[in-house]
Design a protein around this ligand. Structure first.
Ligand code: APR
Length: 234
């Protein structure tokens, strides 16, 4: 049976595809104050601005492609039972061919009812104030904003608890509960951490190997290491 490789990804894995990270740009997200476009308060204050912002992100997503970091992760399914837990709202893991992707912070290509968080639709085009659910309630981006519940958290914890190997790629680990998932990995599961500016992870029980590289190069290195491990244990 294949070993379970659990991977937590953040904005850094999509950086080489041309999508900006959050904290590398001074709290601004594509020129906007995060509080204006990624909080329920921002939505109540100016929903048109919020819709326009995510409409632009959706458009941008159609112009970018997965990079080799995403592609190598998909390729690793040949050797491992790979589970990706991503904080990203893009679909680049899926487009690279990964088949097991859990989105912790929602998805750009989905929208949901403002009144019923389980009323979710696939959405490829612009979303406007004229778009309503079947009961006449406004639709909004299917994005987990700051201060909102993370519905996929339970499932993410269960996945992390079953990891044989855990990899963290391109995340500043500043946002909880996502950052806390590492502490659910079994203590004997080796951890790999790819980031050109890795932070120090506190209170770690696991053996950690830091790969201080961008995702494409870091994933090449990780792939070689992981395949060596399987060859050794065969
Ligand atoms: N390859 C790998 N990592 C990179 C690259 C790259 N080419 N370029 C930058 N990074 C790293 C940065 O060093 C940083 O540690 O990616 C990380 C990006 O961190 P953030 O911008 O904080 O993104 P992320 O950790 O995904 O943010 C978490 O915050 O705003 C919210 O909901 C949003 O999901 C997001 C969450």
């Amino acid at each position: 049976m294949k070993k379970k490789l659990v991977v937590l990804t953040g904005a850094g894995i999509s950086a080489e595809s041309g999508i900006k990270t959050f904290r590398d740009s001074d709290g601004l997200w594509e020129g906007h104050n995060v509080m204006d476009v990624a909080t329920p308060e921002g939505w109540y204050k100016n929903p048109e601005l919020v819709l326009d912002f995510y409409n632009q992100r959706r458009k941008q997503l159609k112009e970018v492609s997965p990079n080799s970091g995403h592609l190598i992760l998909a390729e690793l399914e040949k050797y491992f039972d790979v589970h990706i837990i991503t904080q990203n709202v893009d679909d680049l893991h899926e487009r690279a061919g990964s088949t097991n992707v859990l989105h912790l912070h929602g998805e750009l290509l989905k929208v949901r009812s403002t009144q019923d968080m389980n009323y979710i639709l696939d959405w490829n085009d612009d979303l406007f104030m004229t778009h309503l659910d079947k009961n006449g309630n406004q639709l909004r981006p299917h994005i987990v904003w700051f201060g909102e519940e993370v519905p996929a958290l339970e499932e993410a914890i269960e996945i992390a608890e079953q990891a044989d190997y855990f990899a963290v790629i391109g995340t500043s680990l500043q946002v909880y509960p996502a950052a806390g998932l590492i502490s659910y990995t079994p203590a004997n599961a080796p951890l790999f951490y790819i980031d050109p500016k890795p932070i120090k992870i506190a209170n770690l029980r696991n053996k950690i190997e830091i790969i201080p590289e961008v995702a494409s190069k870091g994933m090449e290195i990780l792939k070689t290491k992981l395949i060596e491990i399987i060859d050794r244990t065969l």
